[in-house]
Design a binder for this molecule. Sequence first.
Ligand SMILES: [Fe+2]
Length: 370
Amino acid sequence: MAPELILGRGSIDGILELVPDATESILIVRGSTSFEASGARGRLRLSLGGFGLTEYVHSAQLPSAEEALVAAGELAAPDLIVAVGGGGVIDTAKLIAAALSNDLDIRSLLDARFSNAIPIIAAPTTAGSGAERTPFAVAYQDGTKYSVEDPSLLPVGAIVDPSLMESVPSNIAAAALFDALAHALESMWAVRSTPKSRLLAKDACEQILSGFSQGGSSTASRDRLAFGATLAGAAIAVARTTAAHALSYHLTSEYQVPHGAAVALTLGAILRLNADCDDSNCVDPRGSAHVRSAIREACDLLGVDTPLEAQRALRALQVDLGLPQRLSEVGLVAASQRQRFAAAVNQQRLANNPRRLDAVDIRDLVEELA
Ligand SMILES: [Fe+2]
């Protein structure tokens, strides 16, 4: 079931519509600065003043099972969790929601050995992750990225209020927007893509690219970016991510590259590689012609004719947004670092990419981006 969604400027004031009946106690999971800076604190105080409120601040750089379990040990289980923040905050709220409802340790939380969690309403303060629309939470543990997935982690309510997203620093906003664009594009070509995910992805792409083309600073363009990002979240909830995401996690955990910037580094090259899908390397049971057609549609959405032009268009967008374009810019300067990066890619995580990428493909891609 999709979360109940309220959209638009000021929609945070409608949160009571989403609060389940019989709710008495609410835990607000929030970021360290965005809650105040976005104005969410003042707005929620007015709407939720009648409930018993407690707060948990997620201030670590990345969400982790360890943090969620420590938090759950210190907090009383509420009737509802309201997550207000970026993707890391919403992911943390999901992990805490599971940890508060079940007797879990790190392993069982990472393996999603649970089937219920405290209901969540999510209000992103950054347009990008789409976590308010997905049933999974990213968790990092000992340098490895896990995707904790269970239907109970899908928020019961999502509030996409662009007025909460104005205070986000521009470098964080830029990376998060590229993440949203990657969700949309990867939802076009993923093995698990469906007609529904491609429809959502097209809408998402159009909104995001139109928001960019309008400069991203006017109210109208910011609204488009926010709506596009949440559509992309809904698309990725169906299609799941592909090679650009699989490759990104090492850069985030080892080099602290913001998630969207890490995805951006390889997205164009992955698009181009997937365009060369043929019967010898195709993983998608619908066949290589289907994959090439999906890539053509992605090129159309980007307003270009060829995969190479699409890669260049994505690179131009990285430049416009001030994101790094080469691995050397994010700290991978030595050949040994690039080799470790290439070796860290887990083949299992590449299973949703429509074209098989073997060790040589990955090594060549990493060298191309050096
Ligand atoms: Fe992402």
